[in-house]
Design a protein around this ligand. Structure first.
Ligand code: M6R
Length: 608
């Protein structure tokens, strides 16, 4: 992952780069650094931990210079400490890198034989030494960078600064995104356009294999063969405002509370309330009627949203869905029928595995649809059709509003698919549209459980393991609930299909094990009651999320019960996600973890 920036400017750039890096902290936050060139001399400041530490370093010991590169890190090779923090230096070269150099071991051996000394455990340092070696052989800085890049295997976005070259940054992209920003007598480089938003909204995106020489007044882009290429300038709509927490203690709580609004916003994008139908599908370059199955690929929370939609597409539209986590799909060599539809679900639109899956499907002649939150992301740009979730910027690493907006979008697509395929008629479509339009109201009601769930969460802070159970669309929700708890509270949790309990996990149940059961009162509720009884009989502590009918029918006197209003089945996975999120949030707050930036994680996973 990691975020990179570069500025060829006409004012001191170190503070500007720190500002830009703050916007990239979602890509990693375990160390950070900047390097500048001041009167031809390279200088750098680096610090372990979050950007505030780098800021303090710079306050104590400022860095002058009007050209520089910067980095915020999510460690892949080498522990997160100052020595492994970027920029890495090699003689006349300073370099920052996002990605993984897969052949770094052999390059490292080769460079050691040539007398290069390594000071870090990173894969990145080989690139700095490679460029340095090429410079020493008499090549110009751009030639040296190009020669080094050609030796690299793996994924990389690079920015390179050279001693005595006060009007040049070389950038290169193979995989992770890189945006060049055009200013007035200044040029910028960033992992995304949002990082550059305070400086410019005129952006050129590098394509895979591109590398560029960036100067104050212009830039040149070259392809992997070294030939000049033109890449269009685009106007970015990235906001210049840093998103703030408002009155909330954490971004995560703010984002949980934004859900009624953003779910409504997203639904109104895909539903025509006056006509009571799904809108916009007619513009898609495919017709669900022509398809005999669809393929869905995503990671993490987005994958669980896809799993929920499998139930919707199959039940409502009678359309079989193949769904995979992207890290498996990309190497599975799945046979695909030409002109099929592959959907990719992603908040960031930059997840490396999801992007790789997309490119595989493209090669297989698939139509590519993206359910994506960041409109200018690589996945959005590489898709044939974008169904944008309108969650707005999601800053908390734990996905909340992006998830419910993904579900909202997918529900609309499933209803639209059903209508196109004739498996529902206009009357049923209108009913489903009305039911979906109720989601924001139910979401507001769910948020009223905030304080009550905070009390229930107190007990969870002292446990080591939690089991989540659900059936049907609540099964993926159980997995999402477990993921949420794991990532922000560090408590081990697993989500299971309730019916699977007796096939293994029941062995874990004893009086120390809380079991969260997600079960609105529905046609299979009684099946889940049997599972709860199996848990209760073995001393397990049940937290049941249900409605009043469910609470009455369950008759679990010892259970803690979180009661939601009764609601239409189509919106239950959307609304039941909220108590699940709140339970994880409050547990983490009670435990005092870093809710918005939990350890070892990054918001956007741009490496394999
Ligand atoms: O940006 P994406 O939606 O592609 O990200 C996928 C996952 O990395 C993401 O959903 C992750 O699982 C969340 N941190 C979970 O809260």
């Amino acid at each position: 992952m990691c975020g990179i920036v570069g500025i060829v400017g006409n004012r001191p750039v170190a503070p500007l780069m720190v500002d830009a890096l703050k916007r990239l902290e979602y890509r990693g936050y375990d160390s950070a650094g900047v390097a500048t060139l001041d009167e031809g001399v390279l200088g750098r400041r680096r610090a372990e931990g979050k950007l505030v530490n780098l800021q303090s370093r710079l306050d104590e010991n400022p860095l002058a210079g009007t050209i520089g590169i910067g980095h915020t890190r999510w460690a892949t090779h080498g522990v997160p400490n100052e020595t492994n923090a970027h920029p890495h230096f090699s003689n006349d070269v300073a370099l920052v890198h996002n990605g993984i150099i897969e052949n770094f071991r052999e390059l490292r051996e080769e460079l050691i034989e040539d007398g290069y000394e390594f000071t870090s455990q990173t894969d990145t340092e080989v690139v700095a030494h490679l460029v340095s070696r090429e410079l020493n052989s008499g090549k110009s800085p751009p030639e040296a960078a190009f020669a080094a890049i050609k030796r690299l295997e793996g994924a990389f976005a690079l920015a390179i600064l050279f001693k005595n070259e006060d009007n040049l940054i070389v950038a290169a992209r193979n995989g992770p995104p890189l945006a060049i920003g055009h200013g007035e007598g200044e040029m910028y480089l960033g992992s995304d356009a949002i990082a550059l938003a305070p400086f410019t909204n005129v952006i050129t995106y590098l394509e895979d294999g591109d590398w560029a020489t960036i100067h104050r007044d212009d830039m040149q882009i070259f392809n992997e063969n070294g030939a000049r290429v033109e890449r269009a300038k685009q106007l970015s709509v990235g906001s210049t405002l840093m998103v703030d927490k408002g009155n909330h203690r954490h971004f995560m709580s703010k984002e949980i509370f934004e859900q009624p609004e953003v779910i409504g916003h997203t639904l109104s994008h895909f539903l025509d309330f006056s006509e009571q139908r799904v809108s916009g599908l007619d513009k898609a370059p495919f017709d669900f009627k022509e398809l005999d199955r669809i393929n869905i690929t995503a990671c993490g929370t987005a994958y669980y949203a896809g799993l929920v939609s499998k139930y919707w597409f199959e039940k409502l539209a009678r359309l079989p869905v193949d769904i995979d986590v992207a890290s498996e799909f990309r190497y599975r060599e799945a046979p695909m029928k030409k002109d099929g539809l592959s959907l990719f679900i992603t908040q960031s639109g930059e997840t490396a595995d999801t992007l790789a899956g997309l490119r595989y499907c493209k090669q297989q002649g698939q139509h590519i649809g993206a359910i994506v939150n960041v409109k200018e992301s690589t996945i959005a740009r590489e898709s044939d059709v974008v169904f944008q979730t309108l969650a707005g910027p999601e800053i908390g690493v734990a996905s909340t509003k992006a998830f419910t907006c993904q579900l909202s979008t997918l529900a609309c697509l499933a209803v639209g698919a059903a209508r196109q395929r004739g498996t529902i008629d206009a009357t049923r479509e209108a009913q489903l549209v009305r039911e979906l339009s109720e989601a924001p109201r139910y979401a507001s009601q769910a948020l009223k459980l905030w304080d009550e769930i905070a009390v229930i969460a107190r007990d969870l802070q002292n446990v080591d393991h939690v089991l989540y159970l659900g059936r049907d669309t609540n099964f993926p929700l159980a997995m999402e609930g477990a993921l949420k708890l794991k990532e922000i509270s560090y408590i081990h949790a697993e989500g299971y299909a309730a019916g699977e309990l007796k096939h293994g996990p029941i062995a874990l149940i004893d009086e120390t094990m809380p079991v969260v059961v997600i079960a609105p009162y529905d046609s299979i509720f009684e099946k889940t009651v049997s599972n709860m009884q199996e848990v209760a009989a073995r001393g397990g502590k049940i937290i049941l999320i249900t409605d009043q009918k469910g609470a009455n029918a369950a008759g679990m006197d010892d259970a803690k019960v979180i009661i939601l209003p009764e609601m239409p089945a189509i919106i239950t996975p959307i609304i039941y996600a909220l108590p699940v999120q709140m339970l994880a949030y409050h547990t983490a707050v009670h435990m005092g973890t870093d809710v918005d930036q939990p350890r070892n994680l990054a918001k956007s996973v741009t490496v394999e």
